[in-house]
Design a protein around this ligand. Structure first.
Ligand SMILES: C[S@@+](CC[C@H](N)C(=O)[O-])C[C@H]1O[C@@H](n2cnc3c(N)ncnc32)[C@H](O)[C@@H]1O
Length: 607
């Protein structure tokens, strides 16, 4: 029997920031689905329907379909607290406004023949290697090297003498392991602030736009290569430049998106910065020409793959696209490492650094993403009917009233992440975009302030209230550093009728859920537990279905009784359970004891 004082909100859940699903994509603020399993196990039973309307990459759905197994820690914890949970899949309904979010969740969760997928992926990479692998091959002293990464540096203009300053030469401080914001002009020796120097631009013919364009001038500096098993780096040589020139003459595939950032001219959004986004008017301006051609060609070939594996192949390419294939890809310094460390983009931003990294996409997908995809795709043994995923706004759902057993959801935290901008680049490749009219965020570029945010959140909670069964639970992950945003969220939840019953902390950084130990805890997301109460305080006469009484009794019986004899023996006690539920929820009592026993017999004691 459940210990009435303990709920999953009380104790921390250890969950790793790793694993094939977590590593498969870089969607901002994703939650590790393992963190959610405990909540679903506690608040639902097998076959129940779990909903997440801000589902992002589908963590709630993945947790729901993973409830047929439990890790030893949760098992131990539930045993300690006498929680009689039931293993078995729950059904999931997931919606999100963003097509790339639902594309990711479908690619991971929906069933696929893993063997066929692996064969198709290997074939795709082999064919691309044959077609365009030459773009990463360079001859050096009679030896063919495979390029793994190239470091590019921006060129700045000295405001004093107009000298073109290569940031690599003056700004990368290997001794102090830092990228400098101030440096000395190598020509006139003036001390300069980087922010006071203009970026040098160059005129090019943009053959996606079919017109002349201007872009920030970048030069290749360091090249990381591989020969056989030997890996090393060297300075850029003449043959690297010759290769780049040959690539300049190679046409860009039709599949490369030709789309204005956010469909706007000039300052295209909240994340636009006039400095490092100089010349970045369209999606393709985030890439080097080489990587644009490679991605375009991979995409083109994936589109020709059999339908049964096509989306997963496109997902494989997407998973390496934004995070590792644009000019946002970085090198960083780390305390424990002597030299520069190669990494991906800065998640949650569209930041283009003064030093950027061009990675070998075919190699990266093959070595980093393919294994993950195969592992992740094999994890979920689902039937199509177990999970329903759709792209729509939570403010207007096509889901029936009182049909959902539990909600776990993670809405945008006010102004923190502008998802429609963050997702725009990948959505441009998909050719499907977020309709951001109802995006629940605070964002100047969209003309949405706190009042608009609160209204959107209220509409969202009102829909969640409508579809949740009465008496059932919802967990909402939230955080913001501004009290007004907090209050707007809490008020909108309460105003539509939810009653707050619990709180806890989710540490997305460490990927774990932590108990509230200190009132001063900051910087971690809070999980708010609410219930949909049986509305008014006055006694209400409702049908059995409307007040969910048999669902409730079925939970109690399943948790506490092993045989029909035991139920029969305890029927008086069960009548008390019934009465206590009805009274607590302000329902008039529908059955006297005799009629209740009849119902009990029909529902639980029949052969
Ligand atoms: C914090 S993220 C969810 C991340 C998710 N928990 C995961 O693990 O991937 C919030 C999501 O809300 C979505 N969103 C914003 N406004 C929405 C709306 N009106 N309807 C549905 N989804 C919306 C965004 O696209 C974003 O994916």
């Amino acid at each position: 029997m459940r210990n009435s004082n303990w709920t999953p909100y009380n104790d921390p859940v250890e969950s790793k920031r790793s694993g094939p699903v977590y590593n498969m994509h870089s969607y901002p603020t994703k939650i590790d689905y393992h963190s959610i399993i405990k909540y679903i196990l506690y608040y639902t039973k097998p076959g129940d329907v779990v909903f997440d309307g801000f589902s992002g990459t589908g963590s709630t759905g993945l947790a729901a379909i993973s409830c047929d197994e439990v890790d030893s820690k949760i098992e131990q914890e539930f045993q300690e607290h006498n929680v009689d949970y039931k293993l078995g899949k729950r059904k999931a309904i997931l919606t999100d406004l963003s097509p790339i979010a639902t594309f990711i969740s479908s690619s991971i969760a929906l069933p696929v023949d893993v063997k066929k997928l692996e064969q198709a992926a290997v074939q795709l990479l082999e064919e691309s290697e044959k077609e365009i692998g030459w773009m990463y091959k360079v001859m050096n002293d009679g030896v063919e090297e495979t390029i793994r990464q190239i470091v590019w540096s921006e060129i700045y203009k000295c405001p004093n003498c107009n000298f073109e300053i290569d940031y690599w030469d003056v700004g990368v401080d290997f001794e102090n392991k830092t990228f400098k914001d101030t440096f000395t002009c190598p020509s006139c020796n003036t001390n300069l602030e980087k922010s006071a120097c203009e970026r040098v631009t160059e005129e090019i013919y943009d053959d996606v736009l079919k017109e002349k364009a201007s872009r920030i001038k970048r030069v290749p500096k360091r090249v990381y290569v591989q020969v056989g098993k030997k890996k090393y780096y060297r300075e850029c040589i003449e043959n690297d430049i010759k290769l780049i020139n040959r690539i300049e003459l190679t046409p860009i595939p039709e599949t490369v998106p030709n789309v204005k950032m956010m469909f706007k001219d000039g300052n295209w959004g909240e994340m636009y910065r006039s400095g490092y986004h100089k010349g970045v008017t369209h999606v393709h301006h985030f890439y080097t020409r080489r990587n644009l051609i490679v991605l375009g060609s991979l995409w083109e070939n994936a589109l020709k793959a059999p339908l049964e594996v096509r989306n997963q192949l496109l997902f494989l390419i997407s998973s390496y696209n934004l995070s590792n294939s644009t000019l946002m890809t970085r090198v960083v310094f780390k305390k424990s490492v002597e030299d520069l460390v190669v990494t991906g983009y800065q998640n949650g931003q569209l930041y283009l650094g003064s030093i950027s990294l061009e990675k070998n996409i075919i190699k990266g997908i093959k070595e980093q993403k393919l294994k993950n995809l195969i592992k992740a795709s094999g994890l979920f043994n689902v039937d199509k009917n177990d999970i329903r995923i759709s792209t729509q706004s939570i403010t207007d759902l096509n889901i029936p009233d009182n049909s959902i057993d539990y909600i776990f959801t993670d809405p945008p935290f006010g102004q923190d992440i502008i998802y429609s901008e963050m997702n725009f680049i990948l959505e441009a490749w998909l050719g499907k975009y977020t309709d951001n009219k109802n995006e629940a965020i605070i964002c100047k570029a969209q003309g949405k302030g706190l009042v608009d945010y609160k209204e959107l959140m209220k509409q969202a909670f009102s829909e969640m209230y409508r579809i949740l069964k009465a008496g059932k639970h919802m967990s909402v992950v939230f955080h913001n550093s501004k009290k007004d945003v907090w209050n707007a969220t809490i008020e909108s939840m309460v105003e539509v009728g939810f009653r707050i019953v619990e709180t806890s902390i989710l540490d997305k950084k460490q990927g774990s859920i932590k108990q509230v130990k200190s009132q001063n805890a900051v910087g971690k997301d809070i999980i708010i537990g609410v219930i949909k109460p049986f509305q008014e305080n006055a006694l209400k006469t409702l049908s059995d279905d409307e007040c969910n009484i048999w669902d409730h009794l079925s939970d109690v019986i399943n948790e506490n009784y092993k045989s029909k004899e035991e139920i029969e023996k305890d029927k008086q006690f069960l009548y008390s359970v019934y009465l206590s539920y009805m009274i607590k929820n302000h329902f008039s009592v529908n059955y006297d004891a005799k009629d209740f026993y009849k119902q009990l017999k029909i529902r639980f004691l029949k052969e």
